[in-house]
Design a binder for this molecule. Sequence first.
Ligand code: BGC
Length: 776
Amino acid sequence: MTALGPTDPADSNGSSDLAAASADLSLAERAALGSGAGFWTTKAVGPVPALTLTDGPHGVRLQDDRAGKSDHLGLAASRPATCFPPAVGLGQSWDAELVAEVGRALGTEGRALGVDVLLGPGVNIKRDPRCGRNFEYYSEDPRLTGTLATAWVRGLQGTGVGASLKHFAANNTEHDRMRSSSDVAARPLREVYLRAFQQVVQQAQPWTVMCAYNRINGTYAAENRWLLTEVLRGEWGFDGAVVSDWGAVQDRVASVAAGLDLEMPGTGGTTDAQVVAAVEAGALDADAVASAAARTVSLAARARAGRALPVGPSDPDAHHALARRVAAHCVVLLKNDPVDGTPVLPLTAGRPLAVLGAFATEPRYQGGGSSHVNPTRLDVPLAEIRALAGAAEVVHAPGFTTDGTGDAAALRAEAVAVAAAADTAVLFLGLAAHQESEGFDREHIELPPEQLELLAEVVRVQPRTAVVLSHGGVLRLAPVTAAPALLDGALLGQAAGGALADVLFGRVNPSGRLTETVPVRLQDTPAYLDFPGEHGHVAYGEGLFVGYRWYDARDIAVTFPFGHGLSYTEFGYHGLELAADAEGIRASVTVTNTGGRAGREVVQFYVAKPGSAVVRPPRELKGHATITLEPGASGRVEVLLPRADLAYWDTRAGRWIVEGGEYEVLAAASSRDPRATARVELAGDELELPLTLDSTLGEVLALPGAAETLGALLPLPQGAGGDGTGSGTGGHGGGDGLGVDLARMMASVPVRRLVSFAGGAVTTADLERLLAHLQS
Ligand code: BGC
């Protein structure tokens, strides 16, 4: 039996006493530590206490684990908890400090409810707008996702409650999610789909990582040794426990061998017995069970230390106020055209207002499924608008029903009449809960037709119309731009109503930014032809070109670009300066509030590598900063664009490589609104690829002195290499009359083939000697 000795991870968490007390656990006890007691709890084994894990992530969804009241689909009731904006809304704040504050509040509530691990954040990339679970994820961009999720984990874990970074990995569709294989090439896997996980693991050390349901390139995440052990622990240094998604384990023995520590929910001991039997039969290494147990003990030790951390009381009023403040920061002003010389927003208190749409009284504020929170209270937009409207008359008409029932024509006619009689109309449109949820994907990205018909008629009679959108996944907004003003609320949590009222009346100046591109048509989206896959496989055919990377590379028009968001004031940028050092590129720029109101600007830094030797998107977000400025004031923002983030994954070397040379940095107000551009030189990483007999003639001839050495051995067409690209540099190297450029043709010939091309003049041994000589 392997002891849980002094090198166990528990030690590094200052909890060697628990590890020591667990050192003599039997094989059966160790196996028992590796699966749950019930739906939300682990087993108490010997000195190791039981733990409570619960959803999350935008509120604490604590169900009673006894009396069959548990389920992970959000059906059974849970204890009331503050419902903060789900990730789709929260991400639109682009504000790491605010996200950390939410993490702390969640931790405080978790502690009050006796929760040890909150199951979040979800950091899967929004690959396709149809994914039913996009509302639980932050963005189409890995850097933004990683930065916000890092803040969330730090905030949460600072209160003594652990995070569970999920769903690891490449879980980007709900369709067939428990079987389907995400077939992703190495570069997009590393550079897009794993990157946010890596950032959060390395910067925030989450207590747990939750492995996904799906397979990755054919192997279940829960059985994927490469993913769970080689990459997560070996390369990234993860020292926490790997937990399965609920029901993701189909072969516990294979999972333990791959690096899974905790199977959830419990299986009544069945799979514990399988683990014991496998060890006894010699089919599973006892050390794998001991390591998994050690990591579960370490998790328990972290939780025990967490329970002892002092945190303030969990105050529902204060958290509701926080939820409102946060939600207001997440609202994106997509459009605000002037009508008769004045922008439609903000609204003027005291003027007659029509508030239209069923969502004004039945707010859509969170998504369906395992993350569904039972809110402590719920702001109703209409009531919140009335509270800020002063003495003015505010008339409401639903205009449609959220379930599509009722006489649409009559409802529409009533709403249009109300709109025509008012000074301004605010129209709440969106998707109802049943139209998007965990567990299934959408088939389109359209708003319901009755809503679009209503909008068309309202703007015809009321030029001053502002539309407010509530939805979890991206919508086609081209028809909605018929309205002069457009606020995107995505999903904003229980205080959505108050937050939207704050923004509508200008109590809060909107400063949210889109975290996803709004395409003109579904057919323009990157994964259009490969989503949701078929016969158990999803081909990630768009490769690196996810989200704006795709639209920019193909120069496709979009309705609203990634990073877009307006304000009731305006900002100017100047004086972009760059400096490169060992840590990366330091970028700074001055921002001036040139308008008439205080406001917050989100300054985005995109990086391009002109003339890169590898395929790359035209520009990628590598950092951002926010600044709040009074009218007329200026301030300088400074960010580090970390060197590691500028690297691409080199598939030949199997590692990250920073290319040397000139980089271009754009300080921008959105991915399509660069305001200042500058260039800086960066020293590259050494990349010496071993030459083998399969190297091409062009690659060999790129080495200094190679042409002479090889030329002495056999005649070479002039210009058959030398620049390493195989493209030839010396003009036509023979072949005239055959209609070919012999030099270019030969550059792509693997050197081993020279044996036959040279008709016996050289042997394989000659070539091996030559390669060894050149490399030495
Ligand atoms: C979801 C997870 C969730 C778990 C527990 C699963 O279906 O994929 O995100 O944390 O259930 O409810």
